[in-house]
Design a protein around this ligand. Structure first.
Ligand SMILES: Cc1ncc(COP(=O)(O)O)c(C=O)c1O
Length: 389
């Protein structure tokens, strides 16, 4: 077990009221089922806020498509990042306080549907998107004035596939011809950029953070009327690698250095994976075994585990580490591995129920349709009470 997973497991087990559910209730949960612990989700969110201390905390809707999760999160956050008609619908019915529309496929239809309010904002990813926005403004006289944000690539290279900086597929490269053209076009149309938005994949070490800080200091100097910087998501690796205090200190000085250039800047973060992943636990049953060792479980249509492999929750399953097994299922991903390097003292028997975590982020939003399996049911626990979806 690497350090990141060890830390995550311990955190999960320490805080989870899920594991305090009586055996009778655990036995009665059918499989496959995903169980969210909303108390744990709230604790997680507050912990991230207390460490990074952003001015605004947004939820990227793409990290989870459960209406109940968003009804809950809308009450505890400042807004939602949305990328499509469906995500706008979900965020609107959850009553998020504000929407940030950020999408590589902006269309007039999306703009009409979003019907952005003054408290909302919209990213421009390209000159083409700036033209779409301007023609929307021109033909819809009565629209409000959402604030305009530029989605920028961070102009450094990185060899790490998780941290793409200027290798990002999306956004405008600062000071490129496209950047200058967008600025000119916006100026001609009396539109001010109030925010810049970056998303660099994973902030996977402090040296990446200091490169980004230098870049943002420069932008803040060049665009004196800037009001907000949205740092995107991708904080998961950091929380696995460094202590809370190290992360707190790093972000404290990161923000202070930018504030020295412009003290009015407000910071937004929108971590999806880190906020949600450990709030969900997957209950599955062993449906077969391979060579009397590895097991196959009844995961269903939603399962996409290539980003974070869920681990067996040992204290729930009462299985201690000893023999290494692999857990397989129809993941709809190469090799069908749900979890590997799982250490058990007793190989689960066919029919036995086991619990896997984390399963709270990018699971139900990236479900797959192979075999036409049903989407897995979900239930929610909040302060010890169980709610069905
Ligand atoms: C713009 C933006 N913000 C936030 C996120 C969430 O990232 P994560 O779930 O890794 O924190 C993403 C993910 O792709 C994104 O593209």
């Amino acid at each position: 077990m690497d350090n990141r997973n060890k830390k995550m497991d311990l955190e999960y087990l320490r805080k989870s009221s899920f594991i305090q559910l009586e055996d009778e209730i655990l036995d009665s949960i059918p499989t496959p089922y995903i169980i969210y612990n909303l108390s744990h989700l709230l604790g997680n969110l507050n912990q991230i806020i207390s460490i990074i201390e952003p001015d605004f905390f947004y939820i990227p809707i793409k990290a989870n498509y459960s209406q109940k999760i968003h009804d809950f999160l809308a009450k505890h956050t400042d807004g939602a990042d949305v990328a499509s008609l469906g995500e706008i619908d979900l965020a609107t019915s959850a009553k998020y306080k504000s929407l940030h529309l950020s999408t590589p496929f902006l269309t007039i239809d999306i703009l009409k549907k979003a019907n952005l309010r003054e408290c909302d904002s919209i990213d421009l990813y390209s000159l083409h998107q700036a033209n779409i926005l301007i023609s929307y403004f021109a033909t819809n006289k009565k629209i409000n004035n959402p604030s305009i944000s530029l989605r920028l690539k961070v102009p450094y290279t990185s060899n790490n596939s998780e941290t793409y900086l200027n290798n990002s597929r999306f956004g405008i490269l600062y000071k490129s011809k496209e950047f200058d053209d967008v600025i000119l076009l916006l100026k001609k149309n009396n539109i001010k950029i109030e925010c810049i938005h970056i998303h660099i994949g994973e902030y996977n070490n402090f040296s990446v953070i200091s490169q980004i800080q230098k870049f943002l200091e420069k932008i803040t100097l060049d665009i004196p009327y800037l009001k907000r910087i949205n740092l995107g998501g991708g904080f998961t690796s950091l929380f696995g690698k460094y202590t809370d205090n190290e992360i707190r200190d790093t972000f404290h000085s990161f923000k202070n250095n930018i504030l020295k250039v412009n003290s009015a800047i407000k910071f937004i973060i929108e971590p999806g994976m880190l906020t949600l992943m450990s709030s969900g636990t997957l209950a599955v049953s062993c449906i077969d075994s391979i060579n009397s060792k590895d097991i196959i479980v009844d995961i269903s249509a939603f399962n996409f585990f290539s980003w974070v492999k869920p681990r067996l929750l040992p204290s729930i399953s009462a299985i201690n580490e000893n023999t290494e097994i692999t857990i397989y299922g129809t993941t709809c991903y190469e090799e069908d591995i749900v979890s590997e390097k799982v250490y058990v003292s007793k190989i689960p028997k066919i029919g036995e129920k086991i619990f896997l975590a984390p399963a709270g982020a990018y699971i139900n939003s990236i479900n797959r349709n192979l075999h036409m399996f049903h989407i897995t049911n979900e239930l929610y626990i909040f302060e010890g009470v169980i709610y069905e979806s």
